[in-house]
Design a protein. Structure first.
Lengths: 347, 347
DNA sequence: TTCTGGCTTGGAAACGATACCACACGAGCG
DNA sequence: CGCTCGTGTGGTATCGTTTCCAAGCCAGAA
């Protein structure tokens, strides 16, 4: 049986080194104002015992926990996992750990997760709100004594900092691009209509289409391959079949693409396709799919940066904490590939 | 200015409710052995003050931190993000938080991350070792008073629990499948040769190829599109061009596929392709790509389950902790699609 | 010589929760 | 009537660290 030694404490180190706890404390906090010889001796004991400070005790004594909480709908989704990766990097650069929780967009799970994170007294909170309108969420976040930054979706009617994309403008750009190609009957395909991001994209689509005096065709039933197939077949068999598809999110784009491919409907000859949110193989499939690209990594990074700025402000002098733009809106980018009818330059 | 109230403490609740701290403690821990009236009164005060127990204090008093650490190479990689998602779910089911850190397969970053996690006294550790052979890692993990489960890659020469895939057998199955199709010159494409998983897969490839008395062709230079293009062109222009590719990992498979497509080399007519590790669009691209599939979600789940079992054992009676299989090896599955020459049943 | 001041150093009080122990009180029993 | 027992309750030491305060020491100034 490997007999594992429990964690030695600071006092044990002190006793072993023949000094007081104060001195050891000073040593592990940089060793300032400690006699070089004492320093070396204590360091040796620390090394020998494999001493590692107990963060819980430090925290208790009034210090930060050196952790931040991240609350996201899913880790498996590339959009969020890339956000998380960026946030993690910033946390690490600030000597903090990331506590990760997932909500599956369920407000109840979200509240529970926040509850646990707050019990753990994370220094800050990054959250992708399941429901931008939730009053419970807003109240909790405003009541709690912790800096918060919302990611991807703002918290309505609050002064909570947020980093989101300009989904509205992005959707306009995408839809307008299809219009510029001469498509007349553009359908907006989606599987959601409650999420903030999706609503914004639908709003953008509607705006562009109405401005061009085209008809507004929206199908909100696309949740998987099956439903996509049904929706697209119905649409194409209808009296006025669409000649282009604007898909409001990643999975919708993919499902639509799979259906068109399975049905042997040539893209973009019979129907064009443009999706919101880029994905790894978008440029590999045939035809390559045109998309509105979001600065995924930047979203996570900026959010985390703002959070740590807030932490610094809090700690520092009573200077105005409003130094930072609290509502960041990042711009999207149209990536022209072939599915919209473009002949993109061969890279 | 929104004046945020700091966190109230247990004693404040006690004072406010006119009871002792002991009673409040009992209330928040289930309310057993407390007079119903007192219980209600204290609960009301807790509600009013928005009291939330301080986990750091609880931890200090000898309890668990209710956190586990996860150390992975990357979050953006779908394989690991799916592992992480599964592990997170188990952690949550066990009322624990996940502390997430990423290493980019850098042993130094790995040691640093472990250091931080240990300072935080996570109750357990899940780790995807950057280097299975690392002696420093093994020593640290064996010395530390924390249960550890290795994921995807074992820690060599140690009794540390692990959950990995049978990469060797999987690679044999895949290679053998190509052999069964009649391919004679199968090249193994890879971009790594240090990682445990890749080495096992190469070992499997070699075994199958040698057993069939075919020549063993290995190219370890495929790191991105550029290098893949160079490698494949060289191979095809060589004296004895390969008729099949066995790619040892996800990104290699994709790069190879992109090159073949760009070069207009028909798959599988001119050259067949089979990859290790499934990915979302493998069945969508044309031709659909055959792969060896790993039970990704199960890896993360099992690892976390074993970890929590160990935690329970530790806490419980001195019963033999060897109740669980400590070295779990999960089997892979061949998914026949079209890129290997199969005509899979239309789903 | 005595005093001032910079370095080192240690004692001990917090931080917030838990749990051991003790105590009060009324009921049931011999 | 005195005893035990069970229920409800509170006092207080404790976990491991930081930090305030004080003190010891020696050099240089007065």
């Amino acid at each position: 049986m490997k007999k594992k030694t429990l964690h030695p404490t600071l006092s044990q180190v002190a006793r072993e080194a023949g000094v007081g706890t104060t001195t050891v404390s000073r040593v592990i906090n940089g060793g300032h104002r400690v006699n070089p010889e004492t320093l070396a001796r204590v360091r040796k004991v620390i090394e020998r015992l494999g001493y590692m400070p107990n963060q819980a005790a430090r925290t208790l004594k009034g210090h930060r926990t050196k952790t931040i909480g991240l609350v996201i709908p899913s880790i498996a989704d590339p959009f969020f996992s890339n956000c998380a990766e960026a946030a993690q990097a910033i946390a690490r650069a600030n000597d903090s750990l990331l506590m990760l929780t997932v909500t599956s967009n369920d407000p109840r799970a979200e509240m529970e997760n926040l509850d646990v994170l707050i019990r753990h007294r994370t220094d800050g909170l990054l959250i992708v709100p399941a429901n931008s309108q939730s009053q419970m969420l807003r109240e909790l976040l405003e009541r709690v004594a912790v800096p918060v930054v919302a990611i991807d979706r703002p918290v309505a009617d609050s002064s909570i900092a947020s980093v989101v994309c300009d989904n509205f403008k992005g959707a306009i750009t995408g839809t307008q691009h299809l219009i510029d190609h001469g498509y007349k009957r553009i359908v907006c395909l989606t599987g959601e209509s409650t999420l903030y991001t999706i609503r914004e994209r639908m709003r953008g689509y509607r705006k562009a289409v109405e401005q061009a005096r085209l008809s507004c065709i929206i199908d909100t039933s696309v949740k998987d391959y099956k439903s996509a197939e049904y929706a697209i077949k119905s649409l194409l068999d209808g009296p006025e079949p669409p000649d282009a598809i604007f898909a409001t999110k990643n999975s919708t784009t993919i499902h639509a693409f799979e259906v068109l491919q399975r049905l042997n409907i040539p893209v973009p000859q019979s129907i064009a396709l443009l999706g919101f949110d880029d994905f790894e193989l978008a440029s590999t499939v045939r035809p390559p799919i045109s998309v509105i690209q979001q600065p995924v990594e930047e979203i996570g990074r900026r959010a985390a940066e703002i959070l740590f700025d807030q932490l610094l402000d809090e700690r520092g002098t009573g200077s105005p904490a409003t130094r930072h733009p609290l509502q960041v809106k990042l711009q999207t980018r149209l990536i022209q590939r072939a599915s919209c009818g473009c002949t993109p330059p061969t890279p």
